[in-house]
Design a protein. Structure first.
Length: 470
């Protein structure tokens, strides 16, 4: 395409337009306000201040009979809402395990939101369906997963676990002649789900939503890093699903996937990998060996809104045999005609939904294989830097830092919580608390594209200051 055809024109406000001048100004104003917000994030208190959260009360009151001017509505949202946000997009936000949305993914999200496409069917949005198909192909490629696996774009890893486990439930019961989609679970052969002791709660929730029952999970002991111990896997018979984890939310540790795959093969079990953030390490050559055997599983869950740094909400379920996923979630109705192209609605539990694939496509297109590998590797190096310098400063690092997670103790539980509180109050960076294997710790998760060495150094200085104060 010629360069000139690509350039965005700014038509004068008097030109014929589908938008009134006021509507056009509203959209431009939103872009300006959002851009200012992002531009100022590095200079603000990372967590919101209590007084800014208190001011949200001004948004309340009864629903009014009459509407208000949209420009005023937007202003109110920005003036009251923006200061009360958590600075997740700051390079010094290390809470939970989140990403920080790359600017290109925010821009792609704005454009796709303006398109307002329903990504459920190719006829409601050929562009969303096609971009989603391409994005999923790229994800399989980047994560070194089988190229013919099927993918589903859902809201997050919780729904990705749910969707993949629905496919698993289908397959292991179909093998013993039970049609769970038609007949449900009443009277079905017993189905067991083997999980590590440190399984993410979203897996148990999925097992419960799927009617299998949380208490039917068979926990397997974890080692000193929180990894499922392959030597403790039980003897099983009958329909079985084993849930491995790539990336423990506390330690970042990856279960021994190759050994679990061997066990699954020997026991005829379906192997699922919850790799909400950790699966992205497969895209980084230096870290990929930690995930050896990850491609032998039957299904995977991964979050694009974590380490790929796209906006919420975006998780991906991946299933080796497309037929298993389709059998579990496909939809048919007379008004929904079959077509020759991939119909998104046959791969997810949802029908109408936003075009999440656009941001995944944009992130991977803008980063490329190398940019993605660098992003992951950089976060891991920053985590290692945190661990070394905090140890040197007299804190105790509880985990072996192999990925992007660092668990830090500042002494007793009380002492640790006091330091965390001081850090949050200081506002230079934000870290949360956790309890892992009986120890209270501060959790540092480096998952954002935006984190620089200077961010890490400034955060280390703030943490050391708070350690001295407490
Ligand atoms: C974050 C996370 C989840 C849940 O993901 P959501 O996107 O919050 O639904 C599941 N498993 C692991 C290992 C996670 O880190």
């Amino acid at each position: 395409m010629a360069e000139s055809a690509n350039r965005v024109r700014q038509p004068p406000l008097t030109e014929p337009s589908s938008l009134s001048p006021a509507e056009r100004l509203l959209l431009l104003e939103a872009a300006l306000r959002a851009t200012s917000y992002r531009a100022s994030i590095a200079h603000r208190h990372v967590g919101p201040r209590a007084e800014d959260v208190d001011r949200l009360r001004a948004l309340a009151g009864p629903l009014r009979d009459e509407g208000d001017n949209p420009a005023r509505v937007l202003e109110e949202l920005d003036v009251l809402g923006s200061p009360a946000t958590v600075g997740v997009t700051s390079g010094r936000y290390f809470g939970f395990v989140t990403g920080g949305s790359l600017p290109i993914t925010v821009a792609a999200n704005w454009l796709a939101t303006a398109w307002d496409q329903n990504a459920g069917l190719s006829i409601t949005s050929p562009v969303a369906a096609e971009i989603e198909r391409i994005a999923l192909d790229w994800v399989l490629d980047a994560l070194r997963l089988p190229g013919d696996a099927a993918g589903a774009l859902v809201t997050g890893a919780t729904m990705a676990n749910f969707t993949a486990l629905a496919a698993a439930r289908h397959a292991v019961l179909a093998r013993v002649g039970w049609d769970v989609e038609s007949d449900g679970l009443r009277g079905a052969p017993a189905l067991q789900v083997v999980v590590g002791a440190e399984v993410h709660p979203s897996v148990r929730r999925s097992v419960s939503l799927l009617g299998i029952g949380r208490e039917q999970c068979i926990p397997v002991a974890a080692d000193d890093q929180g990894r499922l111990r392959a030597d403790a896997l039980p003897q099983v018979t009958g329909p079985t699903i084993v849930c491995a984890q790539a990336g423990n939310v506390n330690t970042g540790a990856v279960d021994p996937l190759d050994d679990i795959a061997n066990w699954a093969r020997a026991n005829g079990a379906w192997m699922h990998v919850d790799g909400a953030f950790g699966l992205w390490a497969a895209a980084a050559p230096e870290r990929a060996p930690l995930l050896a055997g990850h491609d032998r599983a039957d299904s995977w869950a991964v979050d694009a809104h974590k380490w790929l740094n796209v906006p919420y909400d975006c998780g991906i379920a991946i299933v080796r045999r497309a037929a298993d996923l389709r059998a579990a979630v496909a939809l048919s109705a007379e008004y929904l005609t079959e077509t020759a192209v991939r119909e998104p609605m046959h791969f997810t539990p949802e029908l109408s939904r936003r075009a999440r694939g656009v941001e995944v496509w944009a992130a991977l297109r803008a980063l490329g294989r190398r940019g993605l590998a660098d992003l992951v590797e950089r976060c891991c190096l920053h985590a290692g830097h945190f661990a070394r310098h905090l140890s040197a400063a007299g804190a105790e690092v509880l985990n072996r830092v192999t990925l992007n997670q660092v668990l830090v103790s500042f002494g007793s539980a009380q002492q640790t919580l006091r330091v965390i509180e001081a850090i949050q109050r200081d506002g230079t960076c934000w870290c949360g608390s956790t309890v892992w294997q009986g120890r209270t710790a501060m959790r540092i998760s480096v998952s954002s594209w935006a984190t620089t060495e200077a961010d890490v150094d400034a955060s280390l200085a703030a943490i050391r200051r708070c350690m001295r104060q407490v």
